[in-house]
Design a protein around this ligand. Structure first.
Ligand SMILES: [Zn+2]
Length: 446
């Protein structure tokens, strides 16, 4: 039978559960194992039970423990590393119940790899000044590999009594660390931030990913500089060359690349985003910038750029809107062309044109998915030719797909796309046919 402790020991802000347990044990003058045994009803407490504490706790266990230590279950959960699930950590592979101290498996290693980049050392890292103020205090975030510096005291977190490393902590490093700590609240945006940050750190030096907190004690200036640069790179979206993404495989880089500005609209209907950017939005600006690519590739790159600006999604996610066989090539071409533009100092111009195109696509709200479905219909073809009787038959069919539905043409209508005459044809006959088709579709819907 477990009984309530007589008094409530007040948790400190940001305190970690394992540190709190040790403080409570010290307060009552009992061995921590004794306290753990009482909290979880374990007969023979071992070190592993303590090691398992503070990571995640199932809700029913938290309720039982809360009653004993005079805290609310929410206060207890708030001291566990699971509060960083959905930002710096991801427990998707591991369930919280895997870290229930009462069920601690008889294995030497904690299965922490499944939760994200946590400090693996058994010894705590701490800020000496913070601990001086509250003896025994441990912050939960000190267990994150990406918490390297106490921003309040401008000190490197120490690994133990014997490691007396002093490093100059400049403003830039403090700013980077503050940015990281401010993003610990779980959200989709913050999870993406940490995912990218971890990838940046891994790419800077594969080993630091494994042991960032150990390396910072060996070569602090170097590690802190890499840390600062990695944070900066994550916070400078849209510039793959600066972000170091140029050296990454394009499939991986595409999952990190976003447009520099926040999304144009919330909950953008994907129907209004075409596969190929319509000509009136594509030329002259984007067609000039992307002159190295074929017109069709350049229009696809521009359409993906506009989609990224509209939705705030990554290049990879925006390319998912394309037919499946076009995705990988378009992503790779997008990166290649944008990196080239960035080297020429014209990436900003590219993004501002894509953003303008995105605003226009959302304003117009044309349903391109519907146009794709109907562009090969005989009725539509007849309406278009009636509006433009002198036009060559195959050119009209190509125009309907390439210029009106703004999607990829099948092989039997491609020649005029390849030689570029479809754009010329659009300039001459496009306006009349568009008007006729719009009227026709309105009548159909009415
Ligand atoms: Zn401190």
């Amino acid at each position: 039978m477990t009984t309530r402790l007589p008094l409530r020991v007040e948790p400190s802000p940001g305190e970690w559960w394992r540190g709190y347990l040790l403080r409570v044990a010290a307060y009552y003058g009992v061995h921590p194992f004794n306290l753990l045994g009482r909290l979880h009803g374990i007969d023979a407490v071992e070190r592993r039970h303590l090691r398992w504490s503070g990571i995640a706790m199932p809700d029913d266990v938290a309720r039982a423990v809360a009653a004993i230590v005079n805290l609310s279950p929410v206060e207890i959960q708030g001291m566990h590393l699971s509060v960083f699930a959905g930002s710096a950590l991801n427990f998707a592979v591991r369930g919280f119940e895997d870290f229930d101290p009462a069920l601690a498996f008889n294995v030497d290693r904690l299965p922490l790899g499944g939760a994200g980049p946590l400090v693996k050392a058994t010894r705590d890292r701490f800020c000496p000044m913070c601990v001086h103020a509250t003896p025994g205090y441990r912050a939960a975030s000190w267990r994150l590999q990406v918490h390297l510096v106490c921003t309040r005291h401008r000190l490197l977190l120490k690994g133990g009594e014997d490691t007396a490393v002093n490093a100059v902590i400049d403003d830039a490093v403090v700013d980077s660390q503050c940015e990281v700590l401010q993003r610990l609240t779980p959200s989709e945006e913050n999870a993406a931030f940490f995912e990218h940050l971890h990838a940046q750190l891994a790419s800077s030096n594969g080993q630091w990913r494994q042991n960032l907190e150990q390396n910072v004690l060996v070569a602090p200036e170097q590690v802190l500089d890499t840390f600062r640069l990695s944070v900066e790179r994550v916070l400078t979206p849209g510039y793959p060359d600066y972000q170091g993404l140029a050296g990454w495989p394009s499939g991986i880089a595409a999952r990190r690349l976003r447009s520099p500005d926040p999304a144009v609209g919330a909950d953008v209907p994907s129907d209004c985003l075409p596969h190929l950017l319509p000509m009136h939005l594509f030329s002259p600006g984007l067609s000039d910038l992307l002159h190295r690519a074929t017109i069709r590739h350049a229009r696809a790159i521009s359409a993906v750029g506009a989609s990224m600006c509209a939705t705030g999604r990554t290049l990879h996610a925006a390319a998912e809107g394309l037919p499946s066989r076009r995705r990988a090539t378009t992503s790779a071409l997008f990166l290649e062309n944008l990196i080239q533009l960035e080297k020429e100092g014209r990436a900003e111009q590219f993004w501002s044109l894509c953003a303008a195109a995105a605003i226009e696509l959302l304003r117009k709200g044309t349903n391109y998915r519907r146009r794709e479905l109907v562009c090969n219909d005989e009725d539509l073809y007849l309406v278009a030719t009636a509006a433009e009787p002198s036009a060559y038959v195959r050119t009209v069919r190509t125009w309907l797909v390439d210029q009106w539905a703004c999607t990829y043409t099948s092989s039997n209508v491609r020649p005029s796309v390849l030689d570029g005459s479809i754009e010329h044809f659009d300039g001459l006959s496009g306006p009349g046919m568009r008007e006729a088709l719009e009227r026709f579709l309105q009548e159909l819907t009415a």
